[in-house]
Design a protein around this ligand. Sequence first.
Ligand SMILES: Cc1cc2nc3c(=O)[nH]c(=O)nc-3n(C[C@H](O)[C@H](O)[C@H](O)COP(=O)(O)OP(=O)(O)OC[C@H]3O[C@@H](n4cnc5c(N)ncnc54)[C@H](O)[C@@H]3O)c2cc1C
Length: 350
Amino acid sequence: MNAEVDYIIVGLGLSGIAFTEQLIKNNKSFIVFENNSQVSSVVAGGVYNPVILKRFTPVWNGHEQLQKAIPFYKELEEKLQLTLDYKFSTKKVFTSVGDENNWFIAYDKPMLSYYMNPEISKERIKGIIGDYGFGELKGTGRIDTPLLVKTYKEYIKSLKSLVKEAFDYSKVKIEKEIVTYEDITAKRIVFSEGFGLKKNPFFNYLPLNGTKGETITIHAPELKIDFLLKGSVFIMPLGNDTYKIGATFNWTDKTSIPTEEGRKELEDKLQKVISVPYTIIEQSAGIRPTVKDRRPLVGKHPKYPKLAVLNGLGTRGVMVAPTVAENLFNHLESNEELDKEIDIERFRQE
Ligand SMILES: Cc1cc2nc3c(=O)[nH]c(=O)nc-3n(C[C@H](O)[C@H](O)[C@H](O)COP(=O)(O)OP(=O)(O)OC[C@H]3O[C@@H](n4cnc5c(N)ncnc54)[C@H](O)[C@@H]3O)c2cc1C
């Protein structure tokens, strides 16, 4: 492909999509490389929820990120002519009286009261095991990330800007004002390869550890819930009596292959939360791009400023991607400073 563009983007998961949208809005030209080697954005639950339900604490910058993310996905819905955002409430299954007390304590924190319903529900929900009641969150939901990734790829293909190949790092030539890759000349390259970053010789010094996650999808016709239920696993309604159950956290296995252990762990936990029959219709796995200090990896290469990275979206890519993509774009184009917490400068090696 002979071309002269502003940007080459490597990877079209949630981070690559969010950055490409910045380029389109700002009339920048680009080419995207994508080889389907990572699937985190495709297998993700897609849940957005700015409250950590394990500890009843706010997600780092979660409220602000969500204010940007909701309109971002709405614009994509309009542009791509599909439904991506399914809004539902989230119910936390309490397992002790202590949970109930902690819920009230958390409600007094400013950001949390925005999402938490102060009343504890003691209702019996058919098919759900729960003796201590439920706490409810408002303003949560899910983005249909598999549909988004698939449709967005087709859209980029229709713009004749998609190269369905593995980006070969050894072909990058860095000159003073430009970078080249075979016949392509660009002003910058943005790497958004998720866990694929491990193979990137320019940025694999960054502490991206990666956490494998597995989910199962079940058919459970007697389970009639239209909210996300959060116990030791989440049970998320997908429609037509199907539910996504997730997710596992595995820090050693770095493959995207579903396992017997993963399925068993999810089923064992699921059976402690529901009391109705189900059948498993799908199982999937992927590697979350998680970072040692749980903050995104954003910024220019310390030695080659024409190369930049957008990664480390961790367990909450849906909420954080639009914000960090905008931060990176403004940093590259307008020299705006990056938040120290996301800037890869924090890992600079002398
Ligand atoms: C089981 C599971 C459940 C999850 N649930 C949620 C959830 O409910 N909510 C939430 O917000 N987040 C969730 N996540 C996390 C979320 O998936 C990630 O934060 C996010 O999708 C990461 O996006 P990304 O674009 O950085 O990486 P990826 O989605 O991994 O995308 C990187 C892309 O780069 C491509 N690529 C890599 N190397 C190359 C190369 N050399 N050449 C060409 N292309 C390349 C890959 O093929 C891939 O498409 C979950 C993750 C998992 C695994």
